[in-house]
Design a protein around this ligand. Structure first.
Ligand SMILES: [Zn+2]
Length: 362
């Protein structure tokens, strides 16, 4: 049985181990140790990703992937979790790190519970990834050839327990360097080409924000200029576009690059562009076994199964690119990436119960 005290303790123990993306060594060691203590065969790759395997106890041969990420967003360290009225918060000065240590804790608790009860389960392959928050880097660098599972569950979503995310967008990242011409702003401004003005014209001409129900775009970084008395000759912009429809994404990215090229041309400036596909969309059908098993398990436990589409990528995007299809489950995490991040203990327990019910019926 899911042991709520043990689950909460595991979560609290993990949260106080600092693990901003790129600084996962300590937590990676601890997770490998915990998985081994739970009887897993554990591997760690050179990036500190942890892969843990448990043999089947039900005679099944097809492994189920269980995945969560060990890194936390941004640079916050020294997290001090506090429990108030059954909800775990940080002290209000940092994130909590429930994204995604609630997912990690749920996986560890489910394995502990299944073993304790001798409840039959298929082979389990857990991947606890590093650097998810910086472009799914850990999952990308992981050698997917090491994985045998072809289906599974990623514990990395918020919202009510029973939420099942079955699709996610593709994302393009866009970088642009606008080159104008420098001149003295007071003496001979007519000799200059103001790169800030060109960039501004381009951004204004771009469709941005919510484009439609499955397409979004943003320019998030703009840098340039040296002094008020210099007509600036260089501006750097960075943005992104996402869509769950690759044709729409191609059109959106093209519109953004065309806006930059058009503004450059009108102003005799020059633009250098770099577009990179960060991850690729996927969608699981409602009758896909991964989805159907989760829906049935949620119903049995009295949670309302809700199929959802995500506006963001997760490690599941990377797994899907390699033929491993995963649904993303809610862990109960809320207000993630903020100092108000929190998680209700009841949700954490419910999430583990649901995951256990799913795994035992895979
Ligand atoms: Zn996350």
């Amino acid at each position: 049985m899911i042991n709520s005290e043990r689950l909460v303790q595991t979560f609290l123990d993990l949260v106080v181990i600092d693990s901003p993306s790129g600084q996962e060594e300590a937590i990676s060691r601890e997770l490998a140790r915990r998985c081994a203590a739970l009887g897993a065969q554990v591997e760690r790759d050179e990036h500190w990703n942890v892969i843990a395997r448990w043999r089947a106890t039900n005679g099944a041969t097809d492994a189920v992937l269980l995945s969560a990420h060990m890194d936390t967003v941004g640079q916050d360290t020294g997290i001090k979790p506090q429990i108030r009225d059954g909800v775990i918060y940080s002290d209000g000065t940092t994130i909590l790190g429930g994204d995604d240590k609630s997912g990690v804790a749920a996986i560890l608790e489910v394995v502990a519970s299944l073993r304790e009860d001798g409840r039959p389960h298929p082979p389990l392959e857990a991947v606890i990834s590093v650097s998810e928050e910086v472009g799914l880097r850990g999952a990308r660098l992981l050698d997917k050839g090491r994985l045998t599972a072809r289906r599974g569950y990623v514990l990395d979503a918020g919202g009510p327990i029973g939420g099942i995310v079955t699709s996610a967008p593709s994302q393009d990242s866009l970088e642009a360097w606008v080159h104008g011409r420098k001149a003295h702003a007071g003496a001979e401004p007519e000799k200059g080409i103001n790169a800030i003005r060109v960039a501004a014209e381009a951004v204004l001409a771009m469709p941005l924000g919510r484009i439609d129900f499955e397409t979004t775009a943003n320019i998030g970084i703009i840098q340039g200029g040296e002094a008020t008395n210099i007509v600036p000759d260089k501006v750097y912009l960075k943005g992104e576009a996402r869509s769950r429809d690759d044709l729409k994404l191609a059109a959106q990215t093209a519109a953004m690059t065309a806006a930059l090229e058009g503004a450059a041309e009108r102003n005799d400036a020059h633009v250098e562009l770099k577009v990179k596909r960060m991850y690729t969309t996927y969608k699981l059908a409602e009758d896909h076994p991964v989805v159907a098993t989760a829906v049935a398990a949620a119903r049995r436990l009295g949670y309302t199964p809700t199929i959802k589409a995500s506006g963001g990528g997760t490690d599941a995007n990377i797994y899907a690119e390699h033929g491993i299809y995963c649904a993303i489950l809610s862990t109960g995490m809320a207000a993630v990436h903020t100092a108000n991040e929190h998680i209700a203990i009841a949700d954490m327990v419910a999430s583990a119960r649901l995951l256990e019910e799913i795994v035992a019926n895979c």
